[in-house]
Design a protein around this ligand. Structure first.
Ligand SMILES: [Zn+2]
Length: 481
C-alpha cells in the first residue's frame, strides 16, 4: 500500500514480496539510503513514545523494512506467508523530511487497521469507500499528529485532502438541494465519511496517483496476514493502555469510537479484544466470553510497568542520533515481564480454552512466558513443541504423577524457587501466574497472592475468590454464550 504517488503510476517493477529483488533493484545513493533509514527510525521512535502506540506496534511487527526504489513512495506489503514488509523509496523520504515521513508512516499503518476492522468485501469494491478511507485516514493523521496541512513534497501538499473533498461534497449537495453536514460531523467516524460521500450525486474520483491504495491490487495485501499482524498490534496497545500508557489508551478509545459505528465486524473485533474495558464497560456480550475480556484486562494490570517508568524520550533520541536502533532503546529500560501459565492436568481441560490462552499469550510482546503442567508435580513444557495446540506433550494429559492427586502447593513451591524440576530451580520472579484448573485441591496462600490469577473450569471450585487473602479468580465458560 503506498502513499502520495506524485509521478506517473507504474506497475511494480519487481515482486514486492521478494526482499532480495527489492534490495537489488537500482539501489539509491548510499548516503540517501542512510538518511532515509534514520528518518524512518526517528519517526517510529516518536510513535512509540507519544504519537501512536498502534503504529509503533504495527511497525515492530514489520520485521523487514527496506529502502528500495522499486516503489515510488512507501507501502506496507502483507504477503501470504504471514509477514509484513515496509517498503519506502529513500528519495521520497528524504524529500518529505521527518514530519512528512511520520505522516506517511502513520497513514500506512492506519490503512492496515482500517482494512482489518472494516474488511467487508462489498465495501472494498466500492470506489467511494476507497475515497472515504483516504479521507478518514488523512483526517485522523492531521488531528493526531497536530498538523494544519498535508505533508509537502517539493513545496506542494501531497495526498487526498479531506478539506478539499468536503468542499466538493458541500458543492455537490447544494447543487441538488440537499443539506450538507458540518465538517466535524462529516469526519466523525469512518462510516460517516462514507455515508455522506454516498449522498453525493457525483462523488469525486480521486487521482490514482495520490495513493497506491486507490489502485485495486497494486500492492499485495493478504487479509489473513493483515488480520494477524493488526490484531496483535491492537492487543499489545490495549495491554499497554491497561498498564498505564495514557497515549495508547486515548488512541484506542478514539479508534474504537471512529470504527464501531455502522460496522458489525469492527464491533465484534473490539469485543473479542476486550477493549470495552477501556470504557469501563462490564456488560456481557454474545460474541465473546466475558472471562476472556476479564483475563486480558487483569493480565494488563498485573503486567503493569512500575510507577517510576518514564519513557526514555531523551535517551531514545540520543541513541537515534547516534545511529542506534531506537526499537531497542524503547524496550531497553523495560525488562520483559515474566508470566507463568500453569495447567492442571488432573482434570479435563477444554481444548478451545487452552488454544485461546496459548494464542493470547503468544501474541503478547515483551513477555517471557513459562508454561507448566501440574498435578501432584510440576512439569514444564513448551507450547507447540510436541503438540500443535500448546497442550502438554503426549502422555501428560490426565496422567497422575506420583499418585498424590493435585497440588497447587507444588506450583507455588516451584515458581517461588523452592523446588527443582528436571534439575532446575525456577530462578526468575514472575509478574503474574495464571492457573487453569478445576480448583479441586487444598487451597494455598502464595507468597505474592496479588500476582496469581485463577481460571476455574466449569463445575469447578472457586475457592481463591473467598480465600484470605482473596485472589483474582474467574470461571471459564466453555459454551459460546
Ligand atoms: Zn492511502
Amino acid at each position: 500500500m503506498g502513499y502520495g504517488e506524485q509521478g506517473r503510476r507504474r506497475p511494480p517493477v519487481v515482486d514486492l514480496a521478494d526482499r532480495r529483488a527489492l534490495e537489488a533493484y537500482r539501489p539509491a545513493d548510499a548516503a540517501v539510503v542512510e538518511e532515509a533509514r534514520q528518518l524512518k527510525e526517528a519517526a517510529l521512535l516518536d510513535f512509540g513514545l507519544t504519537e501512536s502506540a498502534v503504529a509503533s506496534w504495527l511497525y515492530a511487527k514489520c520485521h523487514h523494512q527496506i529502502a528500495t526504489t522499486a516503489v515510488d513512495t512507501a507501502a506496507v506489503v502483507a504477503s501470504g506467508d504471514g509477514t509484513c514488509l515496509l517498503l519506502y523509496n529513500p528519495d521520497f523520504f528524504v524529500g518529505l523530511g521527518l514530519s512528512g515521513v511520520k505522516f506517511v508512516l502513520f497513514h500506512e499503518a492506519r490503512h492496515l487497521v482500517h482494512r482489518h476492522l472494516l474488511a467487508d468485501p462489498e465495501l472494498r469494491d466500492d470506489p467511494v469507500f476507497t475515497l472515504a478511507t483516504e479521507v478518514a485516514v488523512n483526517h485522523v493523521a492531521l488531528v493526531r499528529l497536530g498538523r494544519a496541512h498535508l505533508p509537502l513534497l517539493d513545496g506542494r501538499p501531497t495526498g487526498v485532502d479531506p478539506r478539499q473533498v468536503y468542499d466538493a461534497y458541500v458543492e455537490d449537495l447544494a447543487t441538488h438541494g440537499l443539506e450538507p453536514v458540518s465538517y466535524e460531523v462529516f469526519t466523525e467516524t469512518d462510516m460517516r465519511v462514507y455515508g455522506e460521500l454516498k449522498r453525493m450525486r457525483h462523488p469525486p474520483v480521486p487521482d490514482e496517483r495520490l495513493c497506491v491504495h486507490l489502485v485495486a491490487g497494486a500492492v499485495p495485501a493478504d487479509q489473513q496476514t493483515i488480520d494477524t499482524v493488526t490484531s496483535s498490534a491492537l492487543l499489545n496497545s490495549l495491554l499497554a493502555a491497561r498498564r498505564g500508557h495514557a497515549g495508547a489508551e486515548r488512541e484506542l478509545l478514539d479508534l474504537m469510537g471512529r470504527t464501531e459505528e455502522g460496522s458489525a465486524r469492527a464491533t465484534r473485533l473490539w469485543g473479542t479484544l476486550g477493549a470495552g474495558a477501556l470504557r469501563g464497560e462490564t456488560t456481557r456480550t454474545r460474541t465473546v466470553d466475558w472471562w476472556q475480556r476479564w483475563l486480558v484486562d487483569v493480565l494488563g494490570s498485573k503486567l503493569r510497568d512500575g510507577e517510576r517508568l518514564v519513557y526514555p524520550k531523551k535517551r531514545g533520541a540520543l541513541l537515534a542520533a547516534l545511529g542506534q536502533d531506537p526499537m531497542l532503546a524503547r524496550r531497553g529500560p523495560v525488562r520483559d515481564k515474566v508470566l507463568v501459565i500453569a495447567y492442571d492436568t488432573s482434570g479435563s481441560m477444554p481444548d478451545h480454552v487452552i488454544r485461546w490462552l496459548t494464542e493470547l499469550v503468544g501474541r503478547i510482546d515483551g513477555v517471557e512466558a513459562h508454561w507448566l503442567s501440574f498435578d501432584a508435580v510440576v512439569m514444564p513444557f513448551k507450547p507447540g513443541e510436541r503438540s500443535e495446540m500448546g497442550v502438554p506433550p503426549d502422555g501428560v494429559w490426565g496422567s497422575v504423577y506420583g499418585g498424590g492427586g493435585t497440588s497447587f502447593q507444588a506450583v507455588a513451591d516451584h515458581v517461588e524457587g523452592r523446588t527443582e524440576v528436571n534439575g532446575r530451580v525456577f530462578d526468575v520472579r514472575p509478574d503474574a501466574v495464571v492457573v487453569l484448573t478445576d480448583g479441586y485441591a487444598p487451597p494455598i496462600t502464595p507468597a505474592e497472592p496479588e500476582k496469581w490469577i485463577w481460571l476455574i473450569t466449569e463445575g469447578g471450585n472457586e475457592w481463591p475468590e473467598t480465600h484470605t487473602p482473596a485472589m483474582a479468580c474467574h470461571r471459564v465458560t466453555t459454551g459460546s454464550r
